[in-house]
Design a protein around this ligand. Structure first.
Ligand code: PLP
Length: 376
């Protein structure tokens, strides 16, 4: 099917992704870079993005779920790979056999990964996650001693090797937030405590995209970049992608399915939340919330059609929404660009985030499997 014949497509600019990886490596020249490709590469396609990031020098790839990491191995990824969101009974043995670095936040996880390593006859690579103040996953400060002692014992028994000590920021996208320095201090304490106990991690890491961009002292041995690698600013307060030397990777566009003239007073879409103010032209954009377009974009989301910004008229439905073109004309088959880099005048993912009360992370990540990815 030709691209224009496609109902909708997410064009993924892998050259832009590679350039973003190079730009981020230049921000942290003494650290390795982990390309974060969880959630299908923030909607961009994990396998293709991981491959492109490695071509641009990412020494590591990271995912949340072990299943995501195993899928990368099944697709042929052979480099250093880490995953961090485990639940009891997870696929530890498969991960150990696939040489995946497994994050361990507590004793139960250490016991499960050790048992998997014994069963596989291998030494598991584990990375100890410390909760330095995010209050989410990670070992709480009062529990370090026991976890680190148990990890040392497991190293002596040959079941695990602690390859990393790591953590995650809560407020790195708010430069100057007092929690940033507080988390760094706790992280340094945890690392030095573990090292005093004889742990020799290859990598110590805490920086996500905003910290990579704004806080060199947080770079340690490795930075884990997600959103910035996809060319999106972690937060508008840090500047636009162009200000940060980044280029958005995804362009989401659709093909108009119908264009029609209607009289004034014509109700549009479910609930008639929009009624045409006079005789006008309505264009049908055949994408909806099943494709990942936020329903909160009803009456708010921007779209470029015929060189002009329009706004979604009425409600976003499951498969489609309507745009009022006023006095302008269009043809079925014309392109509607929902978001992209912005240099053809189209809205950006940040514009959609602003219009729908969310963050650009969510705008790109929620684009569903229904939308074909076209790699260029
Ligand atoms: N590290 C961890 C543990 C994460 O959960 C994430 C994403 O939320 C990242 C790194 C990447 O963050 P960002 O997309 O802000 O670079």
């Amino acid at each position: 099917m030709s691209e224009t014949a496609m109902r909708v497509r997410a064009q993924i600019d892998l050259a832009a992704l590679r350039a973003n990886v190079r730009a981020l490596r230049a921000r942290a020249p003494r650290s390795q870079l982990m390309a974060v490709v969880k959630a299908n590469g923030y909607g961009h396609g994990a396998i293709r993005c991981a491959r492109a990031a490695r071509q641009a020098g990412a020494g590591w790839v990271g995912t949340a779920l072990p299943q995501e990491a195993l899928a990368l191995r099944a697709a042929g990824d052979r480099g250093r790979l880490m995953c961090w969101l485990w639940t009891p009974g997870g696929p530890w043995r498969e991960a150990v056999e696939a040489d995946i670095d497994c994050s361990v936040s507590g004793l139960w996880a250490l016991e499960e990964v050790s048992a998997a390593a014994r069963a596989a006859g291998r030494t598991a690579r584990i990375q100890l996650k410390i909760d330095t103040g995010l209050g989410r996953n990670g070992c709480a400060p009062g529990d370090w001693e026991r976890l680190i002692a148990a990890a040392r014992a497991a190293e002596d028994a040959g079941t695990v090797r602690v390859t990393g000590i790591w953590s995650h920021f809560a407020c790195a996208d708010e430069p100057g937030h007092p929690s940033i320095q507080a988390q760094l201090a706790v992280f340094r304490d945890a690392v030095s405590y573990a090292e005093r106990q004889g742990i020799r991690p290859e990598v110590r890491h805490i920086a996500n995209s905003p910290a990579t961009l704004t806080l060199p002292e947080s770079h340690f041995d490795l930075v884990r970049t997600g959103i910035a690698m996809y060319g999106i600013s972690p937060d508008p307060v840090l500047g636009s992608p162009a200000d940060l030397g980044l280029r958005p990777v995804m362009t989401l566009s659709a093909t108009l399915a119908s264009v029609k003239r209607v009289p004034g007073g014509h109700g549009v879409s479910y609930g008639h939340r929009y009624v045409t103010p006079g005789e006008t032209t309505l264009a049908l954009v055949p994408v909806g919330y099943a494709d990942g377009i936020p329903r909160s974009g009803s009456g708010a989301g921007p779209v470029l059609i015929g060189g002009k910004w329009r706004t979604v008229a009425g409600r976003v439905a499951m498969d489609q929404f309507v745009v009022d073109l006023g006095g302008d004309s269009a043809e079925p088959g014309d392109e509607a660009v929902l978001f992209g880099p912005g240099d053809r005048g189209e809205p950006t993912a940040e514009d959609w985030a602003r219009a729908t009360g969310t963050i650009a992370y969510e705008v790109v990540t929620r684009i569903s499997d229904r939308v074909p990815r076209v790699y260029v």
